[in-house]
Design a protein around this ligand. Structure first.
Ligand code: UDP
Ligand code: MG
Length: 330
């Protein structure tokens, strides 16, 4: 994953932007925001990051008081900033919006969820790795004991399947990561609308490393990743980076063709031998089976056609409607 080119831009204390997407988080934000600020201040006072480092909240079209809370935070302390998207665009787009906004005014970003599940103390080590020359530092969960058995099992098998299909993703890494500005400058050239950021950072390249942390329970509120959205992200992860599923269908087609060829021979032999009447069950089963396989195959191909459709429209991935900085300038 790594190459030897070390980052030439590290000759001063880096300006950090902590990027935090928030969707309907009025319950948890008042708890976690001060924790992020405390961490930022500690990092500043220990001279690990520049004085004007800041926390950037991205309000992803929340329907509750999240934006009001972010605005109040921004009024209360200069280290808090916020941008608001014009509507809910989902975690990946919100995060991208935050990263693209932050890169205009920072040397490094750390992206993290706002629910306090990710251990903020891993930031020290991430920053240390940056000064040692890493452009991307992945936060990797050392355990998943706070997740339900189902979430844990499904996530682990998912990473395995992705890797088998040739998609480079870091095992047990979500979107808690440090990235340097030059990585974000390159990421900006990836114009796809079907976002799967974890996979895209691997494609951008540069020197990368991982730090390990324990993932905890949410501090408050509830997960916005129900099974439906999890499956959606999982399918995006596969179909945005791999055409293996389409190849698999071709293989399946070849297999079915061979199989039916054998069945035809069997049927002819039975006919010649004269025992032809029974076999209703086997024929109905094979019809149903082939029907099912065809429908699934069409679905998989449709998934890719749908992706092409969305990509060709080239619509903006997010629209920023408000910034707390704008209010201050007035
Ligand atoms: N999030 C977002 N937009 C959405 C859904 C979620 O910005 O449409 C944010 C959410 O506020 C949180 C992060 O993405 O900061 C992760 O979401 P969540 O904690 O609900 O997911 P989980 O940790 O359960 O996978
Ligand atoms: Mg969470």
């Amino acid at each position: 994953m790594s190459n030897d080119e070390s980052n030439p831009t590290i000759d001063k204390i880096a300006k950090l932007a902590i990027v935090i997407p928030c969707y309907n988080e009025e319950e948890v934000l008042p708890i976690t925001a001060p924790m992020f600020l405390e961490k930022l201040n500690l990092l500043i006072s220990s001279k690990k990051i520049a004085n004007d480092s800041y926390i950037l909240f991205v309000n992803d079209g929340s329907k509750d008081k999240t934006w009001e809370i972010i605005s109040e935070l921004a009024d209360s302390d200069n280290h808090y900033k916020g941008i608001a998207l014009s509507r809910n665009r989902g975690h990946q787009n919100a995060l991208l919006a935050g990263l693209m906004e932050a890169k205009l005014d920072c040397d490094i970003t750390i992206s993290i969820d706002c629910d306090g599940q990710d251990d903020i103390n891993a930031m020290d080590e991430m920053i240390k790795e940056y000064y040692s020359g890493a452009d991307i530092v992945y936060g990797v969960r050392s355990n998943r004991s706070s997740d339900s058995f189902f979430k844990r099992a499904s996530a682990q098998s998912y990473y395995r399947i992705l890797n088998k299909m040739g998609v480079e993703v870091i095992y047990n890494h979500a979107d808690y990561r440090l990235t340097s500005k030059r990585v974000l400058d390159e990421l900006a050239n990836f114009k796809e609308v079907n976002l799967y950021l974890r996979g895209m950072f691997a494609l951008v390249g540069f020197k990368s490393t991982s730090v390990y942390y324990e993932r905890r329970e949410r501090k408050a509120g509830k997960s916005h990743y129900p099974i439906r959205k999890m499956l959606g992200l999982a399918i995006d992860g596969v179909t945005s980076f791999s055409i293996q599923p389409i190849r698999f269908i071709t293989g399946l087609g070849v297999f079915m063709a061979l199989f039916s060829f054998l069945l035809i021979i069997y049927a002819l032999v039975s006919f010649v031998l004269g025992n032809v009447v029974h076999g209703w069950a086997s024929s109905i089963i094979s019809v149903l089976m082939i029907g099912g396989i065809q429908l699934i195959s069409l679905g998989v191909i449709g998934e890719y056609v749908g992706k092409i459709y969305l990509e060709t429209k080239d619509r903006p991935r997010y629209i920023i409607s408000d910034k707390t900085d704008d209010k201050k300038d007035k």
